[in-house]
Design a protein around this ligand. Structure first.
Ligand SMILES: Cc1cc2nc3c(=O)[nH]c(=O)nc-3n(C[C@H](O)[C@H](O)[C@H](O)COP(=O)(O)O)c2cc1C
Length: 237
């Protein structure tokens, strides 16, 4: 199984997103998965200009010359695509959005109807990769508030995007109180170590069952510390 994670945090390897991706990938690797952790902030990826050269002039070829070709080279024989992003205004970071927009070059302009009669683009991945299904999607995000409800808009956007890619979101790991994970704090160490262990467990499950078990998900979704304690801690900085 091949899993590639894209980190859309502008903080790159210093980010909570990186820490989360590393643990999940470690777990997946333990179960034999081939993994890549791709840090978008280390690359030069420009905004899509919407010229549609990639659709109507040269198929799947973007006219922008930057690191997008390198980023996308990992799409070959991909089974699971992990999108890792900090929560920015209830959605993906700008860096992740720029990357996702540029992926349009590898899609198809042909339109079909899905099983509910709603329009979508045809499955370009299958067409290009000898019938292989489009990579399944895992979403990993963290935010500065505590509640899982903060991730609703991101979750909806990812579900819609997966539908349009003829794929599906097979797992979601949303971490409120995200900044705690990268704090050097002796008191919090057991809580953080426990959460890191849960992330590795999630990685093992994703690599073997293509999903996260209910038991693991419940533990992953629990706040790290009580919400009021967290808010007080942040407000007193
Ligand atoms: C521009 C911006 C917008 C943000 N918007 C949200 C938000 O809507 N909800 C939230 O919970 N946290 C929000 N945050 C906080 C970040 O999600 C939080 O600091 C996170 O831990 C950063 O993750 P990273 O270290 O992986 O980059 C925002 C931060 C920034 C800089």
């Amino acid at each position: 199984m091949k899993i590639v994670a894209y980190n859309g945090s502008p903080k790159g390897k210093r980010s909570t997103t990186h820490l989360m991706l590393e643990e999940v990938l470690k777990g997946a690797q333990e179960k034999g998965a081939e993994v890549v952790n791709y840090t978008l902030s280390e690359k030069n990826i420009h905004h899509c200009t919407g010229c549609f050269h990639c659709w109507y002039v040269e198929k799947n070829k973007c006219i922008l010359k930057d690191d997008m070709e390198d980023a996308i080279s990992h799409f070959q024989d991909l089974d699971i695509l992990i999108l890792g992003t900090p929560l920015y205004f209830d959605n993906v970071s700008g860096m992740m959005k720029v990357f996702l927009d540029r992926c349009i070059a590898y899609g198809s302009y042909f339109i079909e109807k899905d099983e509910h009669g709603e329009s979508k683009h045809i499955d370009a991945y299958k067409e290009k990769h000898k019938g292989k299904q489009a990579p399944r999607i895992v979403v990993i995000s963290n935010g500065g508030f505590s509640e899982q409800s903060q991730f609703q808009a991101l979750e909806f956007m990812m579900e819609r995007m997966a539908r349009n890619m003829s794929s599906e979101v097979i797992a979601k790991i949303f971490r409120g109180q995200g900044p705690l994970l990268t704090l050097e704090n002796e008191q919090l160490k057991p809580v953080i170590d426990n959460y890191r262990g849960l992330l590795r467990q999630a990685g093992r499950e994703i690599a073997t069952q293509w999903s996260i078990s209910k038991q693991t998900q419940l533990k992953l979704d629990a706040p790290l510390i009580p919400v009021d304690v967290y808010n007080k801690k942040i407000n007193s900085r």
